[in-house]
Design a protein around this ligand. Sequence first.
Ligand code: VGL
Ligand code: ZN
Length: 179
Amino acid sequence: MARALIVVDFQNDFTPGGALAVPGGDEIAARIAELLESGGFDFTVATRDWHPPDHGSFRERGGQWPVHCVAGTAGAELHASLPVDRVDVIVDKGQDPAADGYSAFEGTGLERILRERGVDELTVCGLATDYCVKNTALDALRAGFRVRIDTRGVRGVDLHPGDSDTALDALRAAGAVVD
Ligand code: VGL
Ligand code: ZN
């Protein structure tokens, strides 16, 4: 059995200066690089939020977010600090205009990619704790993977104060190791 690292949506638009900046989103850069370079994983994945220009989560379409991570734009690029040479596969998510697409397992084939490589254990880090990290990790648990959340490697939006802590509690309750 094998271990994988999933780096969720560590992209320009979610870091300071970006369209949907997560507070302190860039502070996890060193930890993410450390995890990728640790040699502790058999397989590494970086996901990208990768929306069409008319995505339903955008305010102008009735959603709750500013336009962000439009496929092919600079804002959708992976953060420059990410050692992409240590990433085995990039998975693009959120491409269906009618779905939030918070989970990296939603419409991407990620589960199959992991199963094909014998992965049974995931470490999840990235952005944002209370949205895409949470939904990705919950889907992983539902699919039967063992899941660990690297708290030094995540940051949350916290639209409502405490959202990230609530998300981590929900993940613990669902069976994730949060440390
Ligand atoms: C995300 C809000 C909207 C995330 C993506 O990556 O957590 N959050 N789209
Ligand atoms: Zn999005």
